[in-house]
Design a protein around this ligand. Structure first.
Ligand code: PLP
Length: 832
């Protein structure tokens, strides 16, 4: 799709000083996704945590010539570029533009999908079900937000017959905007759950908001068995022939009556009905209620599109769960492996490549492995689209798996310098050593839904030790956003504490993720942690909290901002900066308001101000202090004294430097003492999903790290047998004992032996038996009965066993458990 700048300005409703015929085919909202500078239009969007206007100069230098901004800045005078100035902001402008664009899309029918759960699965399934007959375009991955929805609609081509657009909201008022842009022909409401993760006061309120999407739709699909959705819908739509509801319980008001039955061999069969009342039977491969609900929604959408029952039954019987999880792990020979389990197609390739590109330091070292499954029939235009996604991001090596006609692989060869084809997955696996050579030092994206690709990813991994610390990057983002919502002032920034290697989770991937969320600062403990992040390409501001910088060259050249806590240290950095001719270097002033560890006290402030004023080498950008007992209500009086000392002392500094920002709250403080949020807050342990309070206020936090391993041996012992060193474990009954390959060298404290700790196996809790060894320990799995096998996953902490359970047992705090997981344990980062 292409428009000229003048056309776009008209569609937004902005007058340009002069007409411009510059042609635009790419909408850019994130400067890191730049791939076609000359035909991109950059929307300088202002979000709570970031401001797109910051990137205009840089993008101009990289060749972008068209911008949408909310004001005119004389600094841009020298640029030979088009500016569309939209006083309501660039996001509003993008939504208006896409709204106008959508009204011209008369060839496509748009299916809007909303609800609490299952949206992505439903979207993927509908794509599978309908694409044999019609050209389908769908929102990539989770492009369902105020920004994602317009970008999804922009992907709709002239030849698109059906567009599947996901709409997600988290606060009141958002759906109304999305509804205007999407203006769907058909709407599916999957279900509404009150999951507290948003700002709605009740499921009913959320439902009413979501239903706004359906205002102008000709068909609305939902379950007539869902009390919240269905009753809200009946109130809204007096015209019931618009409703394409289904029921599994003979609800007489439902348009479609489906029937679920258990067959003699214990499988589930579903009788589906089409619009003309014919029925057919499909088999369901999974008894999860959300899964079944999604099959019903899929069948109802097909019925609304006029499919016959026999085809609906035939196609829905072939559906399989959608796996959208993406893992990032270290590979052999310095490579980094990204395993994306989403299908391979043009819609989902772009976002996967963007995710990859954010990790790239040397563009020459990029490999993409694409699985082209036979069941999908790839059309040449799909290939052209995929090829242009690859070439726009300068991918160097492409490895294709699958029987690909010559004509199609020629398209790829034009786009990517080196293309290697393998006929099948097994031929690739036989050539794994060659693959390791090719990808040494590369960032490797492995894309495709075939689970055999996991073994390719596995073979390329550096550490294949079964024990892994899995780090859920989506949970990290959810926790980060949870705290964003706790801030009284949208402009308060978050300093994310990733000291001690991200509380044990590993700092690099976390830093990447937080950088793209627009966090204000990262804070590390020591200089080396900061330089490593810089080397890996982290560009956001980083403060270094820890005492004593020794290598000033590294500090300055890596743009790491130190904390200053004493006069000695101030003098040392000023002298070091002077020798190097550096001026105005940003530093952070630490005050000691009661922790009595490090920092200036009130009496020293006049002298501190004098010393700072006598020089020009460093410039205080923030002033901060640390609470000693934010999580101990009994000590709140002390905490309030700290807060008031901070208020008073920081004011003296602010009188001198009005721009200086203030921060004093740690995770627990953010919710307990909101009056102290100031310009910045420092988020640590709760970012990782560990609760510090029992009052329920942190119930929505999601654990980020989970330590797991697998059973490597299993044996039954008679009563009286002893287990392990010193014969300390005694079987008091006939006991089934599993051995797992984690020990104190991995960070499992030896005090956790002899039943002190329980692990989770297949939903059972099982205690240790005997002493913990260096590299292994033994578990009494008698409670599992036959429900345990060699190779089964064992959780040490995570979803089932909170970290706090281990720290309570050991009489310590969760921080220590998290940071004790040894570096030899493989870290696996994933998105859900
Ligand atoms: C570690 C640390 C924090 C974070 O504390 P949490 O309790 O993990 O939120 C904040 N400020 C400073 C100075 C720290 O050292």
């Amino acid at each position: 799709m292409k428009y000229s700048i003048s056309q776009i300005a008209d569609m937004i409703g902005v007058r340009l000083p002069h007409a411009s015929g510059r042609c635009i085919d790419t909408l850019l909202t994130d400067s890191r996704s730049l791939s076609r500078p000359e035909s991109s239009l950059f929307f300088a969007i202002h979000t709570a945590s970031n401001d797109g206007h910051k990137y205009i100069r840089d993008l101009y230098e990289r060749g972008v010539r068209a911008f949408v901004t909310d004001h005119w800045d004389p600094q841009w005078r020298d640029m030979d570029a088009d500016f569309i100035i939209s006083p309501n902001g660039a996001l509003d402008a993008m939504q208006r533009f896409i709204g106008a664009h959508r009204r011209l899309l008369t060839n496509s029918r748009i299916i809007g999908i909303t609800g609490s759960r299952g949206k992505t699965t439903l979207k993927e399934w509908l794509n599978t079900l309908i694409s044999p007959d019609m050209k389908v375009t769908r929102s990539p991955r989770s492009y369902n937000s105020q920004i994602g929805v317009p970008l999804s609609l922009w992907r709709i081509g002239n030849d698109t017959e059906i567009a599947l657009i996901e709409a997600g909201i988290s606060r009141p008022g958002e759906m109304s905007r999305l509804a205007t842009i999407i203006d769907p022909d058909i709407v599916v409401i999957t279900n509404i759950h009150d999951d507290h993760a948003d700002s709605f006061s009740s499921a009913e309120e959320k439902c009413a908001e979501k239903l706004l999407l359906a205002r102008g739709a000709s068909f609305i699909i939902c379950s007539a068995d869902d009390p919240i959705v269905y009753s809200a819908l009946k109130q809204m739509s007096s015209n019931s022939h618009h409703l394409f509801t289904w029921s599994l319980s003979d609800n007489p008001e439902a348009r479609l009556n489906f029937r679920l039955k258990k067959t003699a061999d214990n499988r589930l069969s579903l009788t589906v009905e089409d619009a003309s009342g014919h029925t057919a039977v499909t088999m369901i491969g999974n008894d999860d209620p959300v899964y079944i609900e999604n099959v019903c929604h899929s069948a109802a959408v097909m019925a609304s599109l006029g499919y016959e029952a026999s085809i609906i039954a035939d196609r829905t019987s072939k559906l399989a769960p959608v796996n959208t999880r993406t893992d990032v792990v270290e590979g052999t020979q310095g490579s980094l492996i990204i395993r994306d389990r989403y299908d391979t197609d043009a819609d989902s390739l772009g976002p996967a490549l963007d995710f990859m590109k954010r990790r790239v330091t040397d563009p020459a070292l990029t490999t993409v492995i694409l699985d082209l499954p036979e069941r999908s029939t790839y059309q040449p235009d799909q290939f052209v689209e995929m090829a242009s996604e690859l070439s726009a991001r300068n991918i160097q090596t492409l490895i294709m798996i699958g029987n690909c006609p010559e004509k199609l692989s020629a398209i790829m060869s034009e786009a990517v310098p080196s293309v290697i084809s393998f006929e099948s997955l097994s031929s690739l696996i036989t050539a794994i050593d060659r693959l390791k050579e090719i990808t040494a030092g590369h960032i490797v994206l492995i894309k495709g839904s075939d689970s055999s690709l996991d073994s390719v990813a596995e073979a390329l991994q550096a550490r294949r030790h079964e024990t892994r610390l899995e780090v859920n990057l989506d949970a990290l983002v959810d926790n980060y956003n949870f705290y964003r919502r706790q801030l009284k002032d949208q402009h308060t920034g978050i300093v994310c504490m990733i000291k001690a290697s991200g509380y044990g989770a590993g700092s690099y991937e976390l830093a990447r993720t937080l950088q793209s969320q627009g966090a204000a600062y990262l804070a590390v403990a020591v200089l080396d942690e900061g330089t490593e992040l810089r080397r890996a390409g982290i560009t956001m501001p980083i403060m270094v909290l820890n005492p004593r910088v020794v290598n000033y060259d590294e500090l300055f050249s890596s743009h790491l901002e130190p904390e200053i806590f004493s006069f000695d240290e101030l003098e040392a950095i000023v002298a070091a900066a002077r020798r190097r001719g550096i001026s105005q270097y940003p530093v952070h002033i630490k005050l000691d308001t009661g922790m009595h560890r490090l920092g200036f006290i009130g009496d020293e402030i006049p002298e501190l101000i004098r010393k700072l004023n006598e020089q020009n080498e460093v410039r205080p950008v923030t002033v901060f202090s640390h609470l000693a007992a934010a999580d101990e209500p009994a000590l709140d009086d002390f905490t309030r004294e700290q807060l008031s000392a901070f208020e008073k002392w920081s004011k003296i500094l602010r009188d001198e430097w009005p721009d200086i920002k203030r921060h004093i709250l740690n995770s627990t403080g953010i919710t307990r003492f909101p009056e102290g949020q100031y310009e910045l807050v420092r988020l640590g342990i709760c970012l990782y999903g560990v609760s510090t309070l029992d009052d329920g206020s942190q119930a929505d936090l999601r654990p980020v790290s989970s330590l797991s391993t697998s059973v490597i041996a299993l044996r039954d012992w008679p009563a009286g047998t002893t287990i392990g060193y010193g014969r300390r474990g005694v079987c008091c009954y006939p006991t089934r004992v599993a051995t797992i390959p984690v020990g104190y060298a991995d960070g499992i404290n030896r005090h956790l032996g002899n039943g002190a700790m329980q692990v989770a196996i297949n939903g059972h809790r099982c205690p240790t038996i005997g002493n913990i060894c260096m590299d292994a320990c033994m578990i009494d799995v008698t409670a599992c009965g036959d429900d345990v096998r060699v190779g089964d996953r064992v959780e040490i902490f995570g979803k089932n066993i909170p970290v706090t359970e281990l720290s309570d047992t050991l009489g310590t705090i969760p921080y220590e458990i998290l940071t004790s997981v040894s570096t030899r344990v493989k870290r696996v980062y994933y998105r859900e």
